[in-house]
Design a protein around this ligand. Structure first.
Ligand code: HEM
Ligand SMILES: *[C@@H]1O[C@H](CO)[C@@H](O)[C@H](O)[C@H]1NC(C)=O
Ligand SMILES: *[C@@H]1O[C@H](CO)[C@@H](O)[C@H](O)[C@H]1NC(C)=O
Ligand SMILES: *[C@@H]1O[C@H](CO)[C@@H](O)[C@H](O)[C@H]1NC(C)=O
Ligand SMILES: *[C@@H]1O[C@H](CO)[C@@H](O)[C@H](O)[C@H]1NC(C)=O
Length: 373
């Protein structure tokens, strides 16, 4: 299962009475008494409904005068997602890095032309585990583990950096949490990304490269990381991040699925749109992640007894089956983090679970109600 050790700093923070519970910290995994203390300092803000699709959904200049790049100021938070970091640097989401799903969904559509259901699916899945469902705030990063350097931002809040929920192993340009530094851009790994783009893509990162590089990163983690875990929900974010650069970082006027690694660096490392950047030519839904998996099919699983002990886990949802991913996420992951919610917490969880469901409704998935209707 996932690692709950990240909650220890929160529990410590709570035992100091003078310290208010951070409004953007997740409440997941807290005990009832801890939650009661936290609630006393937090105001319940029910989440607004998710934004609908864009009306004008073609390409356009997005690195525009209304969205200038600015470096994060001291106290601003950045995290493991290069897409959200970039949206924060340009003010599409709050530059502090503290945001909400309604803001992220609008920003991902506006700034990158992410298709509405994909933006909903990704955001509510992450928000339910890493966000504060009472205040409707999500931190795009924070403290991830006890060994690596901390990214900028308050150290007791983990946000999207929380290990083994959404953030996870075998990232493209971030080392595994086991080695520390899973939030931060790693030049060594980026050079491997470039090398694979040269070897399989004629110097560009494309879907062929994505299939090979995803497999390589998995093999690296199997061989070097004794704690390697590759099950849902990380499974979903790993394939999604393999195709995101192809779908969202190729200029919409170019629109050929061939990404220049120096353009990729602008996002991965500098968290910045290239000059004159135009978003994708149409809403992109990420279905090409299945081609990445098809290049080297691998079952969800983990190293169960040290390096090179990768063992499939048949209970994990699989990439192609979004209905099972949805069900497992709400019925197992979220429910194990919130075993017995009441009051506003129960209300907030039910609303966010329903918003999450709306992202898979068009696939014919059945809505489930882990906490009753
Ligand atoms: C819609 C809400 C989104 C959420 C909640 C989200 C969350 C995350 C998280 C938690 C990670 C870390 C996974 C890991 O490597 O361990 C990640 C990685 C990544 N995200 Fe996002 N993301 C979102 C949207 C986007 C968008 C719009 C883009 C691209 C435009 C994007 C591009 C990426 C890329 C490329 C990585 C991989 C970074 C790397 O491996 O070095 N994401 N995302
Ligand atoms: C960004 O967040 C801060 C702190 O939560 C808030 O004071 C500010 O008004 C927000 N900015 C925008 C543009 O919404
Ligand atoms: C970057 O990743 C490489 C390969 O995983 C690792 O050896 C190195 O220690 C990492 N560097 C930093 C600064 O984390
Ligand atoms: C990626 O680039 C290589 C080299 O140009 C090419 O052979 C391959 O077909 C490309 N793949 C895709 C999906 O564009
Ligand atoms: C949810 O999980 C419970 C047991 O934890 C199980 O009884 C129930 O059938 C599950 N519901 C769905 C729809 O998977």
């Amino acid at each position: 299962m996932f690692d709950l050790e990240y909650l220890i700093p929160l529990a410590l923070a709570l035992s100091v009475p003078a310290r208010a519970f951070p409004a953007h910290a997740s409440l997941a995994g807290l005990r009832t008494e801890e939650w009661n203390k936290a609630l006393a300092t937090l105001k319940y803000t029910p989440p607004p409904p998710p934004p609908g699709p864009l009306e004008c959904s073609g390409t356009k200049l997005v690195n525009d005068a209304d969205h200038p790049f600015m470096d994060p100021q001291p106290g601003d938070i950045r995290g493991p997602c290069s897409g959200l970091n970039t949206l924060a640097s340009h003010g599409y989401i709050n530059r502090t890095g503290i945001t909400s799903c309604s803001e992220i969904i609008t920003a991902a559509m506006e700034g990158f032309n992410m298709e509405n259901n994909l933006a909903r699916f990704t955001c509510y899945a992450a928000f339910l585990v890493d966000g504060n469902v009472i205040t409707d705030k999500l931190s795009i990063g924070g403290k991830s583990d006890k060994t690596g350097p901390d990214p900028p931002g308050p150290a007791t809040v983990a946000g999207l950096s929380t290990h083994n929920l959404f953030e996870g192993d075998t990232s493209m340009t971030r080392a595994d949490a086991y080695f520390g530094g899973d939030n931060n851009f790693n030049e060594t790994l980026f050079q491997e990304f470039v090398e694979y783009s040269n070897r399989y893509g004629g110097g560009k990162y494309n879907l062929t490269v994505a299939g090979e590089y995803r497999f390589k990163r998995i093999q690296d983690s199997i061989a070097t990381n004794p704690t390697f875990s590759f099950v849902a929900p990380r499974l979903f974010s790993a394939y999604s991040e393999s195709v995101n650069p192809i779908n969202f970082w190729v200029d919409g006027r170019q629109d050929d699925g061939q990404l220049d690694p120096e353009v990729a660096r602008s996002f991965f490392e500098k968290m910045r749109f290239p000059d004159d950047f135009h978003r994708a030519a149409r809403p992109m839904n990420g279905e090409n992640e299945l081609e990445v998996l098809a290049a080297h099919p691998i079952e969800p699983g983990s190293n169960i007894n040290g390096v090179n002990t990768y063992t499939p886990d048949p209970t994990s949802g699989k990439l192609a089956d979004k209905c099972t991913l949805y069900e497992n996420h709400v019925n197992r992951t979220v429910r194990s983090l919130y075993p017995d919610p009441t009051g506003d917490l129960l209300d907030a969880l039910k609303i966010n679970m329903h918003y999450f469901y709306t992202s898979v409704q068009h696939r014919g998935c059945k809505e489930i109600f882990p906490y009753g209707q």
